[in-house]
Design a protein around this ligand. Sequence first.
Ligand code: CA
Ligand code: CA
Length: 579
Amino acid sequence: MQKKLLSLLVTAALASTAAHAVVTDAMIENDANSTGDVLSWGIGQEGQRYSPLKQINASTIGKLVPVWSFSFGGEKQRGQESQPVIHNGKMFVTASYSRIFALDAKTGAKLWKYEHRLPDGIMPCCDVINRGAALYDNLVIFATLDAQLVALNQDSGEVVWKEKIDDYAAGYSASAAPLIANGLLLTGVSGGEFGVVGRVEARNPKTGQLVWVRPVVEGHMGKKYDKDGKESDNGVSGTPGKTWPGDLWKTGGAATWLGGTFNKKTGLAYFGTGNPAPWNSHLRKGDNLFSTSTVAIDVKTGQIVWHYQNTPNDGWDYDGVNEFITYEDGGNVLGGKADRNGFFYVNDAKTGKLVNAFPFVKKITWATGIDLKTGRPNFDPANRPGDPTGSADGKKGNVVFSAPSFLGGKNQMPMAYSPDTKLFYVPANEWGMEIWNEPVTYKKGAAYLGSGFTIKTLSDGPIGALRAIDPKTGKIVWEAPNNAPLWGGVLTTGGNLVFWGTPEGYLQAADAKTGKIVWKFQTGSGVVAPPVTWQDKGEQYIAVASGWGGAVPLWGGDVAKKVSFLEQGGSVWVFKLMK
Ligand code: CA
Ligand code: CA
């Protein structure tokens, strides 16, 4: 009798383990509320990076100590921009050079690793980074620098499927974490500096099979696929020839390199798009849709429902890829975006209508403001880099000093939104650049800029600042300055805390209402990744990857010199309260 009961209990326990082991659509939709796991990039499809957990708060944080640290090993250090995902007691964290590790979330013990074999000719623009993986069913899925997607079994690390997104020799690469929405795996592409064609692709996450493809450069045909993989047309994006001269749309850039967010109420996926190619704006008179925009796509049909362009006819490499984070405001669903061009935008998430726009950095030269009626920027024509065809030798246009620099008022580091304080927490940077235009023609696999540049500091003071921003008033409620440019993402919690990392190596926390820094810990290398939090058996954990790198040391000009003393690294740290 007892034996039978035991066997029943074991069966029940196994069944519950098995049911718990599989990541379902319902679990992903509920990710922001479920505190025992982190299933998606952004801690929920909306990307708010908010957790209701409050065991760690201003009164307890003095006891926050490291539990374990894990080294990504080898000689492959470089920038670590990855956000870990946590499920079923396991942490899945990607690392530089298209690697992924599965770790025991409690102890840091290594369960398995997968190192993607990269060809010699990859062309990532901004370091050999990766931003994280997606979880679906029993799979963990991530994108690689040679523009592939790899799905691995969560338990064994075995490759279940692998699909090529596009040709790395043409400049395509991929580094964003995939987004799961409505049972589909949504991904973008990197390569805006090589004249690729930006797009969003939807796949069956279990098999990797394409469901639809939506190009985000006006004029390109969308595609859809039936169950057998048979391709058919799915409508042209926009009106061909309307916002691009000649054939320039064919190599128009608008790379969707930071991935997307999703709102269940609107059914729309929001992808930001990068610079139009080439950088020299005089070659492509017009708005150059849908570059430097937020593009809202109906996940069910693969059609663009609305777009809002942050920088029409961009001439400064102001990629508009920044995350569009949706939030509730009364009965409305709004979305906030801190754009690389220095302005913070609030749009209606259903219609795209501009609700508010204001600067979140102190110096902006390219526009004097955003017209809330028309939704368009008020350009300052004197501050657009000149046309080389009008110069004396036809080789170099007028040099202008522009702020922000092309590294942006904000770059890849994702901000957070707190429904408690109703504030956005934005990692911002103050810097400028000298920029000029040159003649250029498209050549497959070659840089397609038609511009030269040097990044400059604006002062001897701090470059970075974490800013708490009220999206209603446009006011900076508080700021925490940082000497080096901030390059890591943000986490905010029900414990009234904001966590973020610095290139100087600190993971730190501030009071979400006042900005007072209440805790910091030196991780041994620069933090350029977003922290996460979860709980297990009543204990709250915090994790962050550490490893200095990314675009600043490579492209930062005078700023790179200023931060060249920072050391590289490659590890992930986990913290909890000391008992
Ligand atoms: Ca969760
Ligand atoms: Ca770009």
